[in-house]
Design a binder for this molecule. Structure first.
Ligand code: SAM
Ligand code: SF4
Length: 466
């Protein structure tokens, strides 16, 4: 049947590495390019433009970009032989940190753009189409990109991300973020609330507020005052139709009383918090320039648990930061045992050029880093399994995200962000439904649907009584 809807003129492939902020940025780049006629594709062969949205946090993440570029070069050349053009762009933190190296190692790249300039993509595409040589935009522009972005398109599922804060002024010894993402910046609260309302109107049931240091949020409020994250969460939670709210990533130093109190007050705020601590050793925390001690972290955890008894924690750990001794490593294992994590990420220290730790000594031998990381991961894996197993028999609400891999099965997320699978019709996607957990697996939960959709989120009194 012929259709008078003309097919999209151009195809866009975006590959995303790294954090959820990159996922958000990729969606916004797609929004920016949509008016130019770019529709998404998964296939490099049919793409008129490919954007690699990159992560520079560890060496391995950076190197993946260059191997992907090598593969895309072949596709670009094949297309060129057929008389077709493919614009190849590198975005994100590798672009910001290694712009010159990218154009030297991969001269077939057309555009190199940092995380602060993607609102200028249409102009860069026009320039790349006109002239030979790479278009490079990695400065930190004076204008605020959020003021120049189109309104967010509808979210692609019931879970939406919303960047509220960017950059970081904390300068942890090991971290590239202050250099690649720049100084800490908070979006005005009115802008955030307007975007959150649009996301909910577009079908989002859950919103995750994002920032490299999200709890350092200090955006201008409509009342002329500076709002902290606690205040912002309260206002976002009040949007009718929004059932679930999260925020990530937080720094223990910025967990202020108001934010901790919000965990006790807002039923929409899910009982799961990612709170990276990196190490359990005071000596290492100081070397890392984290600005707090292990005891401060324990105090924050205690307060959070007092405010919201069912809260579960996640964290990040680094094994083998320069100068780390066996005793420091033992202190990290001790902290993990004492706190007990429902889930966590752990990484082998990776020296990042330009960061203070890269030139600090003594560097820990690779084999020692490997052994320490393995110990940390074994302990965290046990804790995660135990947490998941402890859910067996529990009745909880699951946000259905879409059909699971097995036919007739639905996938969703628990309040603690665990993937949940159960038999249920595809129409449940986007709904919050009650389930009983039948088994806790290492990385997910199996459940049975109790029928119907859930009511409003439980009140704080109900949570406390549970
Ligand atoms: N802002 C967050 C915080 O303060 O904890 C973390 C942001 S960073 C994108 C995510 C995680 O990557 C960090 O928490 C840290 O564990 C890890 N990371 C950062 N730099 C690293 C490095 N040079 N080597 C290994 N892991 C690193
Ligand atoms: Fe990096 Fe987080 Fe430290 Fe900032 S607070 S420098 S983002 S690890």
């Amino acid at each position: 049947m012929p259709s008078d809807a003309s097919p999209p003129k151009k195809r866009l492939l975006i590959r995303t590495w790294g954090c959820q902020m990159n996922v958000y940025d990729s969606a916004r780049m797609a929004d920016v390019l949509a008016p130019l006629g770019y529709a998404p594709t998964e296939l490099p062969e049919e793409a008129d433009m490919v954007i690699l949205n990159t992560c520079h946090i560890r060496e391995k993440a950076s190197e993946k970009v260059f191997s992907d570029l090598g593969r895309l070069r072949g596709v670009k050349e094949e297309k060129a032989a057929r008389g077709e053009r493919m614009i190849l762009a590198v975005a994100g933190c590798v672009a910001q940190a290694e712009g010159a190296e990218i154009t030297a190692r991969a001269p077939y790249v057309d555009i190199v753009l940092g995380p602060q300039t993607y609102h200028r993509l249409p102009e860069m595409v026009a320039r790349a189409s006109r002239a030979a040589g790479a278009v490079i935009e990695t400065d930190f522009p004076a204008e605020d990109k959020f003021d120049h972005l189109p309104e967010t398109a509808a979210p692609s599922g019931p879970i939406a991300f919303l960047t509220v804060q960017e950059g970081c002024d904390k300068f942890c010894s090991f971290c590239v973020v202050p250099y690649t993402r720049g100084a800490e910046f908070s979006r005005p609260a009115t802008q955030v609330l307007a975007e959150a309302r649009r996301l909910v109107a577009g079908g989002a049931r859950e919103i995750a507020l994002l920032g490299q240091n999200v709890n350092a949020y200090h955006g201008a409020g409509p009342d002329g005052r500076e709002w902290g994250l606690g205040r912002l969460l309260r206002e976002v939670a009040a949007i009718p139709g929004l059932a679930r709210l999260r925020y990530t990533t937080s720094h223990p130093r910025d967990m202020d009383e108001d934010l901790i109190a919000a965990h006790g007050e807002l039923p929409q705020l899910m009982p799961f918090l990612h709170l990276p601590v990196q190490s359990g050793s005071d000596r290492m925390l100081q070397a890392m320039n984290r600005g707090h001690k292990a005891a401060d972290f324990h105090r924050v955890v205690e307060k959070l648990r007092a405010a919201r008894p069912d809260i579960a924690l996640s964290s990040d750990f680094i094994a083998g930061h320069p100068g780390e001794s066996d005793a420091d490593h033992a202190a990290t294992l001790a902290l993990i045992r004492e706190v007990g994590f429902a889930q966590a990420f752990s990484f082998k220290y990776s020296a990042r050029p330009g960061t203070p730790a890269a030139g600090a000594g003594p560097q820990v031998p690779e084999a020692v880093k490997d052994a320490r990381l393995a110990e940390i991961q074994a302990l965290l894996r046990d804790q995660q399994e135990a947490f998941n197993r402890s859910r067996a028999g529990a009745v909880m609400e699951v946000l259905c995200t879409g059909p699971a891999r097995h036919p007739g099965q639905m996938a969703g997320r628990s309040p603690w962000l665990q993937p949940v699978h159960f038999d249920g019709p595809a129409q449940l996607a986007g709904q919050i439904v009650p389930v009983r957990i039948t088994a806790g697996h290492p990385n997910s939960l199996a459940a049975e649907w109790l029928g119907g959709a859930a009511k409003a989120p439980p009140s704080h009194q109900e949570i406390r009584a549970a």
